[in-house]
Design a protein around this ligand. Structure first.
Ligand code: 3NM
Length: 205
């Protein structure tokens, strides 16, 4: 499967997004059909050090067993220790060109919200864009202003061959508009972690 197809239903999650065992939530999301997972252990009360690594190891093993793409959010040490398929970074993290030197063969994803950010980015080292926040989100405390699906279309028009994943406030009602705008996939936290029936909510996405 090519990268764009593997990014189609992308769950992002860490322990702070879960009101029960993250392992159970990941297994249910896989049952529903997610194709990619990002381990994002961030925010107030996030696990640190050994605990962060141990949860990562469990989630990584499950993704490997089910052939779900496993991406780590910006913690480059974890990329190695979890043998992640890739790493996702934001605008204030290590640059994709530095990452590419350390990880020549891993997937590198970058969040972009506007042209200024794209223009200063080494797009030749980026395997996919995270475009957002598309809609209002309460999950990320420091999320920027929502940019809407027009941003996905602009990116698509200018980068026909870089996979694009929409992020921020995505649910089953607005997901089709993101794909229609040209995205290859949707990345969600709460639409899955807070769903009453996780397998069903993933299928409906
Ligand atoms: N990054 P939900 S928005 C982790 O815009 C994250 O870069 C964003 O959570 C960005 O699906 C976001 O619950 C939170 O809205 C997404």
């Amino acid at each position: 499967m090519n990268l764009a197809s593997r990014l189609r239903k992308y769950l992002i999650m860490g322990s702070t997004n879960c009101t029960r065992d993250p392992v159970e939530i990941l297994l249910e999301a896989i049952e529903g059909g997610i194709t990619a997972f990002q381990y994002r252990e961030k925010g107030e009360g996030a696990l640190q050090g050994k605990e962060k690594l141990e949860l990562g190891l469990k989630l990584r093993r499950i993704c490997k067993e089910h052939e779900v793409l496993f991406i780590v959010n910006d913690d480059t040490d974890l990329v190695e220790s979890l043998d992640a398929d890739g790493v996702h970074v934001g605008q204030d993290d290590i640059s994709p060109s530095d990452l590419r030197e350390v990880f020549p063969d891993r997937v590198i994803g970058l969040s972009v919200s506007n042209w200024r950010e794209v223009e200063k980015s080494p797009t030749e080292h980026i395997d996919y864009f995270g475009a957002g926040p598309l809609f209002p989100t309460t999950t990320k405390a420091d999320a920027k202003k929502p940019v809407g699906t027009a941003w996905v279309k602009e990116l698509r028009d200018n980068f026909p061959s870089i996979p694009i994943v929409g992020i921020g406030g995505i649910n089953r009602e607005n997901a089709p508009s993101i794909v229609s705008a040209g995205a290859d996939g949707v990345a969600v936290i709460s639409a899955i972690t807070r769903a009453e029936n996780i397998p069903q909510s993933v299928k409906q996405l």
